[in-house]
Design a protein around this ligand. Structure first.
Ligand SMILES: [Zn+2]
Length: 412
């Protein structure tokens, strides 16, 4: 059966859902149709489990058990496009929508998840926080655009202080993970509470790399997104052992249909090139790349798998992770679980080891004293309380790391 409407989309704006759709081409061309005199819109709340369910969850839904939430006429924009606003959704819930015209079946589903914009920052909000931070820094902090995403969004780079040592911070290499919500508040607090540290240690931060995938999630894509808009896993695209095919997660990094696809060429993704340009221009002394899930990361730290036997290097890594962990989880003692040498071919941390020989880590989150917290972010249930707690933990962790880098600067 030919459908009467096309290009159905749901978008979350300020915790409300806007649906949009168009008349199909054949019906748009018909002047005297009454097909669009009446619309029925149906909605169903879905038992979607983030991290377990993905796009396939919504396939084959016919909407038979969805509830009617609107029946009436709507006015077409340009005689073709329709909009419908649903203000009665709840944050943290996932919904399917179906739309019916006069003679059609229920057309859908259009899936959407409503996320808290204070937990999942939009690009616009992140840029406003970066601007505020720089304006209030008294000239210590500035930002620039170090590259553009596939979609053309400017990737911001923050530079703070003029110390002899440089600490690099990178967020959202993977869209559904962590970065701006931890990095930007932590830098703001350190500027206010420990400004002297920035005279010895400069921070170069790229809080959000895969902005395109993150924006999709902010706008309501229910499932976890990892790759950029060329299907490339940016953490397999760096020019380090790139030819080596990785089989992590049961996937093949040379396969474009795999979410760990390494890309067509080393450093082919514009997001990869943006990160490389920042560190090539000003070689860092240590880099932390923020991963794990739904805005949160902690420990373990993963360093290059090619560094395992390099004892001079592993000693430096262990020392920094001890400091980081002391700030993050002050009640815990360092254990071997906190650090492993497992970062893949093509990963940022493996590239930084290869290029500069510096301690570089992907920060994950499954070594965590409180399994409730761990399960919260795994299930996309991170709330304002948890994100606030981790902003404070990361402030303390970065303070420890900066202090350590400052001390080693004095010794050398
Ligand atoms: Zn990741």
């Amino acid at each position: 059966m030919r459908k009467t409407i096309v290009s159905l989309k749901a978008m979350v704006i300020d915790r409300k859902v806007t649906l949009s759709w168009y008349k199909s081409t054949p019906l748009f061309s018909q002047v005297s149709t009454n097909e669009f005199d009446l619309f029925r819109i149906y909605r169903k709340e879905e038992a979607f489990a983030f991290g377990e369910d993905y796009e396939e969850f919504f396939l084959n839904h016919d909407g038979a058990d969805a509830q009617l939430i609107f029946e009436g006429s709507l006015t077409a924009i340009n005689n073709r496009k329709y909009l419908f606003h649903d203000d009665s959704v709840e944050t943290g819930r996932t919904y399917s929508y179906f739309i019916q015209t006069q003679t059609s079946c229920r057309i859908g589903p259009v899936p959407v998840r409503v996320r808290d914009p204070e937990v999942w920052w939009s690009y616009e909000y992140m840029m406003s926080r970066i601007n505020n931070l720089c304006e209030q820094s008294g000239g210590i902090a500035c930002h620039s655009i170090c590259g553009r995403t596939v979609q053309g969004k400017g990737i911001p780079c923050l530079e703070i202080g003029d110390g002899a040592k440089t600490l690099g911070l990178v967020g959202l290499i993977h869209g559904g993970e962590s970065g701006p919500e931890l990095i930007i508040p932590a830098i703001s607090r350190l500027l206010a509470e420990s400004p002297q540290l920035f005279r010895q240690v400069r921070i170069a931060a790229i809080p959000a790399v895969n902005i395109d995938a993150r924006e999709e999630m902010v706008e309501g894509t229910p499932w976890y997104l990892r790759t950029n808009f060329q299907h490339v896993d940016i953490n397999r695209n760096f020019p380090v052992h790139w030819e080596t095919i990785e089989y992590g997660y049961g996937l093949d990094s040379s396969d474009i249909s795999s979410v760990t696809y390494r890309g067509a060429q080393p450093a082919s993704a514009p997001e990869t090139q943006a990160v490389m340009s920042v560190f090539n221009d000003n070689p860092p002394d240590a880099v932390f790349s923020f991963h794990w899930l739904a805005g949160i990361c902690g420990l373990p730290a993963l360093a290059s798998k090619y560094a395992g036997g390099d004892t001079g290097y592993t000693g430096k890594c262990e020392n920094l992770i001890m400091k980081f962990g002391k700030g993050l989880y002050p009640d815990l003692d360092f254990t071997a679980e906190w650090l492993s040498y497992t970062c893949s071919a093509g990963s940022l941390s493996a590239w930084l080891y290869d290029r500069f020989g510096i301690p570089a880590f992907d920060m994950e989150g499954y070594v965590n004293p409180d399994s409730h917290e761990r399960e919260c972010c795994r299930a996309d249930q991170t709330d304002r309380k948890l994100i606030t707690e981790y902003q404070e933990r990361h402030t303390n962790a970065l303070r420890e790391v900066m202090t350590e880098l400052a001390n080693t600067s004095q010794e050398s």
